[in-house]
Write a protein that binds this ligand. Structure first.
Ligand SMILES: Nc1ncnc2c1ncn2[C@@H]1O[C@H](COP(=O)(O)OP(=O)(O)OP(=O)(O)O)[C@@H](O)[C@H]1O
Length: 629
């Protein structure tokens, strides 16, 4: 009953201490204690992540909480073996023990916990074989065992597993057949071979064809190309050749019209502009709203010269180049007015609202020091990026005097404004769901950029470059612009996000993007602005401030008060915090890749949605009860 559960919790408190000491023993009902959750007068969930528990877990503590469904003791300093009486907790579905110092081989009783759905033992000192006992756990969907000392993995059959990682152990041999569809990152940092890693043949230790899993198919598959693959290569080559031909023709054509290319936008003889009596674009900078001129009008003026979204075929002017089909009517755009959205590193951004109500954002770049050719090459690459979590660049305009970029307008503005803007009444509270969703969207956008090649990076990740739709979907903006402008135009406010190794803002590596993203995560979690202002206030930057607090084991002190209202997600918050800390590691090599970052955020979003199996089991159509997950 609850009395015995209370006694078990008190035994835990006296054995491993930590912030469980804050539990009020005068309170008879343990269900009120931080991290404890009850149902029907029994403790069903115990979550004590990052509360500096230390030492060995003795029997008679968690093992006596026999109705536990979720046990989370992650990111503490627990050590030694797991208590054998944990075997009594047969209702356990979620067991999170990552980030401790547990050691020894995995105890057999673990494989008697048949209801286990999620098991995370990553970042401990477990050793020995990853036992085939796991094959008994048919409900298991998540198994994280990375960063331990495991030595063997053969015979593992987990056909239902969805999330799996055994990277950075001491595993040898071939990857078990049932796990070959997992990404290679699930196995890296071991001496494993075979799909999805390199083929086993050649090293003599564990050839794929004679591997313990005996997957002969995978061996033969790797050695020869199928007819389809050969046909694909041939067709691909022909298409590539044709593409090259088209590019060459395009370049020749461009060269022949080079003489006319210095005509700028203001010089375009456009009747619409004369009717409107607009000022030249150079006067806009200080005028902003109300000077009777809009950048969009200038852009539209440029666009209407041939009515097809391209200026100057034969007129001698430059082109406003669209990357995709024009989504707005140019005639309508002509009548749009612009308002200043703000000045940024690369120039001023304007919002142009069309008569029909649609809006575009137009950015006027300043300090573009690179040549026209280089600019066009780089901006073409930017325009080619296409992902749901990027702000699409619709078009650009280049002349000696003016460089304009036309983007989709994002109605909810930036994450920065959302986090640090209106703090008063009427503000929409930013709950965990919104924040973690933004983190995930932004991560996916950046991951996509990084997937374009090892040298493709964003270069300017920060909260004012994460723009939001009405449903708070995150879109990464400004990608690639850092490579277009001179170093002089980088203001101090970027400094809070910049990785320590970055000296030239035009040369920002992917790992430096990861650092900036880590700072952004910290900003999301703490609600603090990572600028120089912050640095002056506390004498250290945001990553170091957070690290110092976490080191002092007061993890929850760092979180934004608005977030702390959502106690049931503290586990996920701590996990995201840990990720942010990993991303802001001083040395680039120690930081995770963006795809790893995305995966980890996906996992924790996943677990915050499905971590708790509520008191009411879900009913499936056949009427039998089914637990979520
Ligand atoms: N497509 C867009 N939709 C809505 N708002 C935008 C859009 N692009 C930029 N903004 C907003 O306009 C303002 C100025 O943006 P801009 O990108 O020029 O500068 P920044 O993001 O503050 O700094 P940086 O230039 O270093 O990225 C910012 O508040 C930004 O959130």
């Amino acid at each position: 009953d609850l009395t015995s559960d209370r006694a078990a919790l008190l035994a835990l408190r006296s054995a491993v201490g930590g912030r469980t000491l804050l539990w009020s023993t005068t309170q008879q009902n343990p269900c009120q204690w931080a991290g404890v959750q009850c149902e029907n007068d029994r403790v069903t969930a115990l979550r004590l992540p990052g509360v500096s528990l230390s030492g060995q877990l003795p029997t008679g503590t968690v093992g006596n909480l026999i109705h536990l469904r979720t046990l989370s003791l992650r990111f503490n300093s627990l050590s030694g073996f797991l208590p054998p009486d944990l075997a009594s907790c047969t209702d356990l579905r979620n067991l999170y023990l990552q980030g401790n110092d547990f050691s020894g081989p995995l105890p057999d009783f673990l494989f008697g916990l048949r209801d286990l759905v999620r098991l995370n033992l990553a970042g401990n000192n477990f050793s020995g074989e990853i036992s085939t006992g796991f094959n008994n756990l048919t409900r298991l969907r998540t198994l994280y065992l990375e960063n331990n000392q495991f030595t063997g993995i053969s015979g593992l059959q987990l056909p239902n597993i969805e999330q799996f990682n055994v990277s950075f152990n001491r595993l040898k041999g071939s990857v078990p057949a049932s796990l070959q569809s997992m990404p290679a990152t699930a196995f890296t940092g071991n001496l494993l071979c075979g799909q999805p890693l390199d083929s086993c043949s050649g090293n003599g230790t564990s050839p794929a064809t004679s591997g313990s899993e005996g997957n002969n198919n995978s061996g033969t598959k790797k050695n020869g190309l199928s007819g389809g693959a050969i046909a694909g290569i041939v067709i691909g080559s022909i298409l590539g050749f044709l593409l090259l031909l088209v590019i060459l023709l395009f370049l020749c054509r461009k060269k022949s019209s080079k003489k006319t290319s210095s005509v700028d936008i203001a010089a375009i003889k456009n009747p619409e502009m004369e009717i409107l009596g607009e000022k030249p674009i150079g006067e806009v900078e200080n005028g902003g709203l109300g000077n009777g001129y809009s950048v969009a009008v200038a852009a539209a003026a440029a666009m209407t010269a041939n009515g097809k979204g391209e200026v100057g075929n034969g007129g001698g002017a430059k082109k406003l180049v669209f990357f995709r089909n024009a989504v707005f009517d140019l005639e309508v755009l002509l009548r749009a007015s612009a308002e200043v959205l703000g000045k940024g590193t690369f120039g001023t951004a304007y919002k142009a609202v069309l008569e029909v109500g649609t809006a575009v954002a137009v950015k006027r770049l300043k300090d573009v020091t690179i040549s026209e050719r280089e600019f066009r090459e780089k901006i073409e690459l930017v325009g080619a990026m296409d992902h749901v979590n990027l702000v699409p660049l619709r078009a650009y305009y280049y002349s000696r005097e003016e460089k304009l970029l036309v983007y989709d307008y994002m109605p909810m503005g930036s994450l920065s404004a959302l986090l640090h803007g209106n703090k008063g009444a009427g503000r929409t509270p930013l709950n965990w769901e919104i924040r973690s969703g933004i983190a995930l969207g932004a991560a996916r956008g950046i991951e996509y950029l990084h997937s374009q090649g090892p040298n493709v990076s964003h270069g300017n990740i920060k909260s004012s470059n994460i723009l939001l739709t009405k449903s708070y979907k995150a879109h990464v903006s400004d990608f690639g612009l850092a490579h277009l402008v001179g170093p002089s135009s980088t203001p101090n406010r970027v400094a809070g996000y910049r990785a320590p190794e970055v000296t030239d803002p035009r040369k920002v590596s992917q790992k430096a993007d990861v650092y900036s993203f880590g700072v952004l995560l910290l900003e999301l979690l703490t609600g603090k602005v990572p600028t120089h202002a912050f640095l002056n206030e506390d004498g250290v930057d945001l990553p170091r401030w957070v690290q110092s607090i976490v080191r002092e084991e007061w993890t929850s002190e760092v979180f934004d008060l608005e977030l702390l209202r959502y106690q049931n997600v503290e586990e996920e918050m701590v996990q995201l915090l840990q990720l942010a800390i990993d991303c802001t590691a001083q040395y680039p090599d120690k930081r995770p890749s963006m795809s790893e970052v995305t995966r980890r955020i996906e996992d924790l979003c996943h677990s915050s949605l499905r971590d708790d199996e509520g008191p009411q089991p879900l009913l499936v159509h056949d009427g039998s009860p089914r637990h979520a997950g």
